[in-house]
Write a protein that binds this ligand. Sequence first.
Ligand SMILES: CC(=O)SCCNC(=O)CCNC(=O)[C@H](O)C(C)(C)COP(=O)(O)OP(=O)(O)OC[C@H]1O[C@@H](n2cnc3c(N)ncnc32)[C@H](O)[C@@H]1OP(=O)(O)O
Ligand SMILES: O=CC(=O)O
Ligand SMILES: [Mg+2]
Length: 536
Amino acid sequence: MNAAEMVPPAVEGVVVTGRIGPRYTEILTADALAFVAGLHRRFDARRLERLAARAARQARFDAGERPDFLPETAAIRAGDWRVAPAPADLTDRRVEITGPVDRKMIVNALNSGANVFMGDFEDATCPTWANLIDGQLNLKDRWAGAIDFVDARNGKTYALKANPAVLIIRPRGWHLPESHVTVDGATLSGALFDFGLYAFHCAKAALAAGSGPYFYLPKMESHLEARLWNDVFAHAEATLGLPAASIRCTVLIETLPAAFEMDEILYELRERITGLNCGRWDYIFSFIKTLRAHRDCLLPDRAKVVMGKAFLGNYAELLVRTCHRRGAFAMGGMAAQIPIKNDPERNAAALAKVKADKEREAREGHDGTWVAHPDLVGVAKAVFDDKMPAPNQLGFLPADRVIGRDDLLAIHEGSRSEAGLRENIRVGVQYVEAWLGGRGAVPIYNLMEDAATAEISRTQIWQWLHFGATLEDGRTVDEALFRTCLGEEMERVRGEIGAEAYDAGRFPQAIALFEQLILSDRLEAFLTLPAYRLVA
Ligand SMILES: CC(=O)SCCNC(=O)CCNC(=O)[C@H](O)C(C)(C)COP(=O)(O)OP(=O)(O)OC[C@H]1O[C@@H](n2cnc3c(N)ncnc32)[C@H](O)[C@@H]1OP(=O)(O)O
Ligand SMILES: O=CC(=O)O
Ligand SMILES: [Mg+2]
């Protein structure tokens, strides 16, 4: 790389502070930065307004109010309208694999036999500058037909096969900043950065290849946030010279407030949306967070908060009915189990759990599902092939049971155990440690852990401690118990992963952050916000 290539181009008002690595200026071109700056200038004030609205609504929940359907949008819920039909390559989405946007993952996922690959800048990615820009380069290379490579570490060749999975990109949520770029002195939004660069570099190539610029939209809390995305998409289409409504999206319903606005979210995005997805892990996290001031909403052990029951079962049923009534896909979510190497018996048990989860989803009327690993594609596909002979089950409407506010707030039954507390500590700290090291998706105790699952561990301990929850052995969760367990569990982790790996990691920093998040009087909105300050 020559000296000129090490410097991002000058664009008025734009300052890039991230290190410029090899090929980064292929992504950070003057025109791309100007486009992203234009998104910021036009939309960032509205984004900040929406974040302030989240905080204001949360203050009302903290004062005792409970989430409910909005009276002012009753006509939209009652009205007779449908979303635009899905593009041809998204009419059969029975298996979607997800994963971070590193080069190997992308090739493996596109070749996995899944219908769709969701390339993730969100839950599965720690947004270090290098992860983001390398990810954008990999995606650009995918559409340029230049993603094949040889892994220098082991000489293994990675090459895209025929009929790869359809690519959908998940940008970060509205709340995360991109601290390496400022526009007119203000920090850029992570969502606009991820979306803007992918749309700028890849939208036309994706359309030319017979697909399109497709997005999964995470962590929204209201239909007004969906309206903002819709306006961003319309502006991007006009500015980049794309056909109107050629940007298509799927929205994750993974916050409790959004579950009360599913119709409204579909309506706001009706020209572009193809479906909603049950993002179960963030949904559990959001349930705890939204109802953090409500003592009667204490949850049992994380392992007992399962799909098909209580608030999770009711929300999935409402999502299927809402989607199918509007001609939108109702996508299932991710089972946490991943293949277990070198232990056929435990591996078979893990795969059986994934299969049971997919059977439940197919039975409930979902049009497809998510898997975390290529070896799970066949498991999920076999279930949906068996139970869903047509490309989707848009024609299926669940029994006409009214699902009201109390159903969406129904608490899972079960006890709270010290083992559950200790497991949350071990998983939470190990995840934060991995994240600080730049990894957003990690296998921990043979389960897939990412930002959403780790948030459950974090907020659950905070909730139990905050309310002085009683464990099944009669003990109360308090600071002393938490500290004792934290110390002992970190010793256990040290033993499990070995002193050398432990000492080479960032455990002191991870423990300090985790402890601070748990012991804080105020529940931090996202653990990735303070954690980002440690990696940025
Ligand atoms: C709550 C939510 O938001 S869910 C969505 C976000 N989360 C995710 O996307 C998690 C996706 N899954 C993963 O990242 C990974 O499967 C992990 C981290 C859980 C486990 O990864 P690993 O430890 O590397 O798994 P493992 O060693 O079994 O991998 C075997 C091979 O499969 C590949 N692989 C594993 N998962 C994936 C994936 N999701 N996509 C593509 N390839 C994958 C590995 O790269 C490896 O390839 P190789 O043989 O060419 O070296
Ligand atoms: O993004 C998915 C989730 O479950 O969270
Ligand atoms: Mg999520």
